[in-house]
Write a protein that binds this ligand. Structure first.
Ligand code: MD3
Ligand code: FE
Length: 221
């Protein structure tokens, strides 16, 4: 009898994962949702970063973030010694942030719709770049104006262990593997949950080399 799929040649530890992960009310995990757009997203990302290069922001207290960041859209997330904010201007260049590429916006809106959010119109795409050792400690995202709107995240390149905590920083987080093409829509009661990213392991991804990128789409203004 013909098989519709050839057998995999290498054992994949993650073949045992459930197809859909339930992260509780308000969260929709869309595994592989952005896979068909992966290359287009990365090509547009490269253009954005020509105008607004990745940089390691310095947070209050003087520490440099291990994750390199940039933004596109009418606003961008920035950190400096005075705190966090959304700003229409890239402090590094003095220019407005680059426009959000259509392919970015389209994926984000389609994902929000798939998760039953209507009217998602992101004005910010924060772009995070992780290399081996880079991590993001547990935090809440609370600089946005309207918490009824979700955040849409798109993972590209090397996989990372995402830490999904609770309503308190001290709640023990669950560990979720986020891989190339995975999209998660975080809304409703999940919106203020503590979350972070475990330090990235070294690797070599066919499309992104030694990096992991994460795009987070927000309605901030
Ligand atoms: C849940 N980024 O940029 S994406 C961030 O992979 C951030 O770079 C991580 O946390 C990353 O703020 C995680 C998933 C994510 C993003 C925002 C959220 C989950 C969220 C906001 C509220 C709840
Ligand atoms: Fe966050």
């Amino acid at each position: 009898m013909m098989r519709s799929n050839p057998p995999t040649l290498s054992p994949d530890l993650f073949d045992m994962r459930p197809r859909d992960i339930d992260l509780g009310p308000g969260v929709r995990f869309l595994r592989g949702f952005a896979l068909p757009d992966g290359q287009a997203l990365l090509a547009s990302l490269a253009l954005v970063t020509l105008a607004a290069p990745f940089r390691h922001m310095v947070i209050r207290g003087g520490r440099r973030m291990s994750v390199a960041m940039t933004n596109c859209g009418s606003l961008g997330w920035v950190a400096d010694e005075s705190g966090y904010r959304y700003d229409p201007t890239d402090p590094r260049t003095g220019n407005p942030w680059p426009e959000m590429p259509d392919v970015f916006c389209n994926v984000a809106i389609r994902a929000a719709n798939a998760a039953d959010f209507d009217g998602f119109a992101p004005d910010v795409c924060l772009i995070n770049r992780y290399e081996a050792g880079a991590r993001m400690s547990l935090h809440q995202d609370r600089n946005e104006r309207d918490f009824d709107q979700p955040i849409v995240s798109v993972s590209l390149g090397l996989p990372a262990v995402f830490l999904w905590g609770g309503s308190s920083r001290t709640d023990r987080p669950r560990r979720i593997l986020l891989e190339h093409g995975d999209v998660v829509v975080w809304g409703g009661p999940a919106r203020k949950t503590y979350h972070g990213v475990h330090r990235l392991s070294a690797g070599d991804h066919p499309l992104t080399g030694r990096f992991r990128y994460n795009l987070t789409f927000r309605m901030a203004g």
